[in-house]
Design a protein around this ligand. Structure first.
Ligand SMILES: Cc1cc2nc3c(=O)[nH]c(=O)nc-3n(C[C@H](O)[C@H](O)[C@H](O)COP(=O)(O)OP(=O)(O)OC[C@H]3O[C@@H](n4cnc5c(N)ncnc54)[C@H](O)[C@@H]3O)c2cc1C
Length: 639
């Protein structure tokens, strides 16, 4: 049982809050949801949903030309060194409409598709991570996205034109005690007696763009609702003017990378927020945040693919140019292997990102699982690519671009790329929290069908109706998980050489469905705590999704005349199959109990003897609350 630290939500409260904010219904079909149920529904993603749209391309072309020309001029070393994005850059981005890429033209935006938006972000990332953070925090999770999804016509009329002109926005959810666990949110809002405004108090941590924003989306606790006679925590989303009296920037946070990210701690002291600034409705804030993040998560995968391409370009050139031990390093097998896998994985990252965006644009398709996998898988795969690129560049990979240039070499900033990239595995949902989310959604059908049978709190009536559902669903479903299209040697032959990978994926999708079912039968409700087991299931599902995305994309490209892609798709699938086999092989993890036991003993300090002989880097926190801003960065009252 998790410890209940003073004042913090209990494990049950955390789960209840997360569960209440879940989208419990599926708004459309989902390839990945079916996949976890052991059903390989290729028809849901093939033919590839991305259609070439000449009208959109023509509309987007002038913007892309301006963006490219701008990025070619951007001095990223200066941004990295000074930790600031010059106002002239921001203004240039405003002037070309880069803060309103998806905002409809009727409000003054560029009115481009999500696909064009993610393509633009990928291009920006290939040059400068701090600029990506500025544009993406504003448009992927900042006000334009929830406004588009949940804003009233009046709110759209009020805010879209400002945003389209370049008003910068930010999304403020995280607090000191509420990172992955929103149940600990403390920022509060109380309604005035006349019902005309709310008074906001609290402090938000790590709010990207918060130190430069004009408009904020702030998640705050509002009075509890009573559900079944019990109080339930309510979280509400507010649109807050950053210049409103009482909004204060108390600290500019600085990080390992993204040196110029405009991120910090915001304090709200008796901030008056008009009642009409509530987004969607009272108590719907956390759900809004999660839905916003679902779509917002489409940006990071594309951004990672852009970064991966930039790394591949560096590695390819260097591995040909650098000669050691009598030949270019790319001829040595250890480096050659990295190059091949970088290319295959970059192709896969783009396939996953592009497919997920394509599905979201198709409409009537529930992308929450695909988006979560894309976020988790692309950020982790991209990180490996950055790491391999640094290794291939050797000492030059570790040296800063300015130092390289200072001694007469090309200033290739792999060191900066690595610093900038790492955060992708943490923000917008850490890798672990993404796996938890995917696992929860993956077993949702089983949960709805059978959970009442093992739930101690379920009534006799609920148990009987669950038994009925179980008898109706499982016999046929289970039997059908043993036979399928993948058993036929000619299945998916239209994919040519890649058909065999799809047959394998179909068979192993059924295997996954059975395995998850067996795990549920074996552990019952305790499965949710067996993260090591669950996460192997998630990783198998993610690799099966990536394999399928890769085959579908290679097929689409082949139809367009690109036959080279098949080779990359084939290599990617061969490697993914190895990983999947390994995960199935160790699904129940013979060492899991030993690993957990040792971890707890380490935490108890039983192995503190291992830490002898060091000076160490530990430090006591001076005070629990946030310190005033550093002397070089005075606290700034926004009014
Ligand atoms: C540069 C940067 C920019 C950011 N931008 C924004 C922003 O614009 N808006 C905003 O609201 N927030 C923002 N954040 C916050 C970010 O989203 C959080 O850092 C993130 O949600 C994780 O929270 P945490 O750091 O408190 O980690 P914690 O939640 O404390 O987690 C610590 C570790 O424990 C793991 N963990 C936690 N819970 C579980 C669990 N149940 N099971 C298994 N493992 C678990 C996590 O995966 C992680 O590895 C930003 C953060 C940074 C660093």
């Amino acid at each position: 049982m998790a410890e209940h630290a003073a004042g913090l939500a209990t494990e049950k409260e955390a789960r209840d809050v997360a569960e209440a904010a879940r989208e419990s219904e599926w708004s459309g079909p989902s390839f990945v949801r079916e996949l976890f149920l052991g059903r390989f529904r290729l028809d849901l993603i093939h033919p590839h949903p991305v259609k070439s749209d000449p009208a959109e391309q023509a509309r987007a072309a002038p913007f892309f030309a301006k963006l490219r020309a701008f990025l070619e001029r951007v001095d990223s070393d200066m941004i990295d060194r000074t930790g600031e994005i010059p106002e002239s850059y921001v203004q240039e981005l405003r002037d070309m409409g880069a803060f309103g890429i998806k905002i409809p033209t009727e409000y003054g935006g560029l009115g481009l598709s999500y696909a064009s938006y993610t393509r633009a972000i990928a291009m920006v990332t290939s040059k400068d991570g701090s600029l990506t953070a500025l544009l993406s925090a504003s448009q992927s999770i900042g006000l334009p996205q929830p406004l588009k999804l949940f804003g009233t016509p009046e709110q759209k009329q009020r805010f879209f034109p400002r945003l389209a002109k370049g008003a910068i926005s930010a999304f403020a959810l995280t607090e000191v005690d509420a990172g992955s666990d929103p149940a600990n949110l403390r920022t509060s809002a109380t309604l005035s007696e006349d019902g005309k405004h709310w008074t906001l108090n609290g402090e938000k941590l790590w709010c990207t763009n918060g130190t430069r924003a004009d408009l904020l989306v702030v998640m705050a606790r509002t009075p509890d609702a009573i559900v079944n006679g019990k109080p339930r925590k309510q979280i509400t989303a507010f649109i807050v003017e950053a210049k409103a009296p009482g909004v204060e920037i108390v600290h500019r946070s600085r990080f390992m990378g993204l040196k110029a990210i405009e991120n910090g701690v915001l304090r709200f002291t008796n901030v008056r927020v008009p009642a009409e600034n509530i987004l969607w409705g009272e108590g719907k804030g956390l759900k809004l945040a999660l839905i916003t993040l679902n779509t917002g998560r489409l940006t990071l995968p594309a951004s990672c693919a852009g970064g991966g391409k930039a790394m591949l370009q560096v590695a390819r050139h260097w591995a040909k140019e650098r000669v050691q031990w009598g030949q270019p390093i790319g001829k040595h097998e250890a480096v050659a292997q990295k190059i091949a896998l970088m290319a295959a994985n970059t192709f896969a990252m783009e396939a996953v990102a592009e497919l997920t965006v394509g599905l979201s644009e198709r409409g009537h398709y529930d992308i929450r699982l695909e988006a979560a996998i894309a976020k988790m898988w692309n950020t982790e795969t991209g990180w490996k690519i950055v790491d391999d690129t640094l290794q291939i560049r050797g000492g030059r990979g570790y040296e800063t671009a300015e130092s390289l240039r200072g001694r007469g070499e090309a200033g290739i900033p792999v060191e900066r790329a690595m610093r900038d990239f790492r955060i992708n595995l943490i923000f917008e949902g850490t890798s672990e929290v993404m796996r938890l989310f995917i696992a929860r959604e993956a077993v949702d059908h089983h949960f709805k069908t059978a959970f009442a049978l093992v739930d101690k709190e379920a009534s006799r009536k609920d148990k009987i109706s669950a038994l009925g559902r179980v008898m109706k669903f499982y016999p046929l479903w289970y039997l059908a998980r043993w036979f399928g299209k993948g058993d036929l040697p000619v299945a998916y032959s239209e994919f040519g050489k890649l058909g065999r990978h799809l047959r394998w994926a179909e068979r192993h999708t059924r295997h996954l469905g059975r395995t998850l079912f067996h795990a549920m039968a074996r552990f019952g409700p305790k499965l949710e705590r067996r993260q090591m087991v669950l996460f192997r299931g998630v990783d198998i599902g993610a690799d099966l999704f990536a394999m399928t995305a890769v085959c579908v994309r290679a097929r689409m490209l082949a139809e367009q005349g690109n036959t080279e892609a098949t080779e990359l798709a084939d290599l990617f699938c061969r490697e993914a199959r190895q990983r999947i086999r390994t995960n199935f092989h160790r699904f129940y993890g013979k060492n899991d109990s030993a690993i957990y036991r040792v971890s707890q003993r380490v935490l108890e300090g039983r192995h503190a003897w291992l830490e002898q002989g060091i000076v160490g880097i530990m430090e006591e926190a001076p005070v629990k609350s946030v310190r005033p801003a550093a002397r070089s960065e005075p606290a700034r009252q926004l009014v």
